[in-house]
Structure formats: structure tokens, C-alpha cells
Design a binder for this molecule. Structure first.
Ligand SMILES: [Zn+2]
Ligand SMILES: [Zn+2]
Length: 324
């Protein structure tokens, strides 16, 4: 580990073991191991929590579908308010626990330094306040608008809808892979100029990230990133799946950008928190555009698994590009 760190010339901080792609994408593919990996590593605890929170939001805090047949600004406002409270609790809670209370110090923290204060590149000269602003105003707002549009289309029976609870449950699980595909391609597009300069550079000011950095994006990026539910304009879905897509997109990036690989809740209790894969994207920009669940980066030659070898390969690609 020490040798790897010196070879990679990395910032001080916690280095997890190098990552492997999920069992299905290893050679030879291991479908049974994939099911076990998906249930025990991927779904538990984070992804099941997102599904649970989305179900809770949909049944208790979302206006009934019938209201959206005539789309009104009040209903979009209510969805925005719901999004704001949800993010203040889930994202703000992690920020408070990890970065204000500093409950586990820098244990499992990818970078030993803390979030930026008094830096002019951030709105209000403060990384956290800047990130909160873009997350709640633009992120929560555009998510509310998109959810309302989907609800209107379902309320007026204009798009295909799944009929059974089983089909909805199965499609909810498939959303994770659909998002793996959707996120990779819209993220690759955002790395092309001038889209990068206009929009995505704003997210990448956060090299050292915190929970609020997750969806701290330019509104143009939010329009693309949050467009996942529109996949269900052509694939049969359901109003719950539309809510799930947006809840998942709003809150799942908070642990993955938290800066901590694991969250410690007690002397002997800790669980997987961060996303080392995406953390490396924030450090090096040109690797790991997608998600580990669907390793498109592996197939397109931009995979960085955190090892010294992958780092050398990245540096070689860079040298070849700059000095052909
Ligand atoms: Zn990010
Ligand atoms: Zn990026």
C-alpha cells in the first residue's frame, strides 16, 4: 500500500484496496457470484435505503397523481419543498456527522484536508455553502419539475405503465443498471468542450468532496443528469419509479462524495459509505466516468481501479496524447 501511494504521488489520506469489476464482468463471468454480490454488497445497505426512502416519500409526502392532470406551479412547489427537506435531512445529516461534528476524525477519509473555506472559486467563498446552493435551488428545483412532468403524463395515461407490483419491483432494481448506462453517457458528453467549460467544470471545482458536493452541479448539468426518468417515456414504468429515479439521483451521490470510504457509527460498527471509483474521477478527471456496477470504463479503456499499475496506464495515456 505504501509503495503504491509513493508511485501514485497521491495526496495524504486513506487508500482502500484496488477495486475489481463486479463478478458478472470478470473473466470468466460468474453469474451466481454476481447475484450474491448484488444482494449483499450493492443493495445492502445503501441501495435498499434509497428504495425505502423513495417509497416513504412517494406514499406520505407526494401529492396524489390525480392533481397532476392539470399541472400547477403549486404542486411543483410542493415537490420542491419535499426535495429540500429530504436533502437537508439526508445530505445535511451526513455533513453534520462527518464534517461538522467530525465524529470519526479523518479515519477512512480519502483526503486528510477538510472542505475549502475562504476560496474565491466558490460562491460565498465557501465550498459547503456553494454546494448547498446549487443542490437545493437548481438540483431540487429541476428534479421537482421533471417529476411533475412524469406525473402529468401518467395522470393523463399518455405513456406506458406497468400493471403489477412485481413488475414495478423488478424494474426498480433494473433502474440501477439503466442509470449506469445513462450516467456514463451524459457524463462523457459533459467532459466535451464547451459543455465542460459551461457546465461540468462547476462540479469539478470539488476535487476534495463532501456530501453536499454530490449533486452540486450547473443547471445545465442537472437538466441532463436528472433526465433518467424520461427513459420511461418509452419503457413501461410507473409513477413510483419516476419518484424513485429522482430520489435516488438526489441523495445517493451524498455518501459517494462524502470523502469517507466507510462511516463509523461506533467502536466496532462501520459500513461502506464512499465511492472510491468516483472519488478517483474527481482527482484525475479523465478516468471512471461511469459506475462500477456497469463497468463501461473498463471496456472503453478509462478504468482506474486505484492500483499503481492503473495509475501508470493513465499517465501513459496522457503522455501519448500530449506528445503523439
Ligand atoms: Zn462527482
Ligand atoms: Zn466529470
Amino acid at each position: 500500500m505504501t509503495a503504491m501511494k509513493s508511485r501514485m504521488q497521491r495526496v495524504k489520506g486513506y487508500d482502500p484496496e484496488p477495486m475489481n469489476v463486479p463478478p458478472l464482468f470478470q473473466s470468466p463471468p460468474k453469474p451466481v457470484a454476481m447475484v450474491r454480490w448484488f444482494a449483499t454488497k450493492y443493495l445492502w445497505p445503501q441501495s435498499l435505503t434509497w428504495i425505502g426512502i423513495a417509497a416513504w416519500m412517494y406514499h406520505l409526502f407526494t401529492p396524489r397523481l390525480g392533481r397532476f392532470a392539470a399541472l400547477s406551479i403549486d404542486d411543483i412547489g410542493l415537490l420542491w419543498l419535499r426535495n429540500t427537506v429530504l436533502m437537508l435531512v439526508v445530505i445535511g445529516g451526513q455533513h453534520w456527522w462527518l464534517h461538522i461534528r467530525r465524529s470519526q476524525g479523518t479515519e477512512f477519509k480519502y483526503e486528510s484536508r477538510w472542505l475549502a473555506k475562504n476560496r474565491k472559486s466558490f460562491l460565498f467563498n465557501d465550498q459547503t455553502r456553494d454546494n448547498i446552493f446549487f443542490t437545493l435551488v437548481s438540483g431540487g428545483g429541476i428534479a421537482a419539475l421533471y417529476e411533475a412532468i412524469m406525473f402529468r403524463l401518467y395522470a393523463t395515461e399518455s405513456i406506458p405503465q406497468l400493471g403489477s407490483l412485481w413488475a414495478i419491483a423488478l424494474m426498480t432494481l433494473l433502474v440501477f443498471w439503466i442509470e449506469g448506462f445513462h450516467f456514463y453517457w451524459n457524463h462523457r458528453l459533459l467532459h466535451v468542450d464547451p459543455l465542460y467549460r459551461w457546465a461540468h467544470a462547476l462540479h469539478h471545482r470539488n476535487v476534495n468532496t463532501g456530501p453536499w458536493s454530490g449533486i452540486s452541479m450547473h443547471p445545465l448539468e442537472h437538466l441532463l443528469y436528472l433526465s433518467l426518468p424520461f427513459v420511461f417515456l418509452v419503457i413501461p414504468g410507473s409513477p413510483f419509479i419516476a419518484t424513485f429515479c429522482l430520489v435516488y439521483l438526489m441523495i445517493s451521490p451524498s455518501p459517494s462524495h462524502s470523502g469517507f470510504d466507510r462511516f463509523r457509527l461506533g467502536a466496532n460498527i462501520d459500513f461502506h459509505g464512499g465511492d472510491y471509483f468516483h472519488n478517483l474521477h474527481h482527482r484525475y478527471f479523465e478516468v471512471n466516468y461511469g459506475m462500477l456496477l456497469l463497468p463501461l470504463d473498463k471496456w472503453f479503456g478509462t478504468f482506474h481501479d486505484g492500483s499503481g499499475e492503473a495509475h501508470e496506464q493513465m499517465k501513459n495515456r496522457r503522455t501519448r496524447r500530449e506528445d503523439p
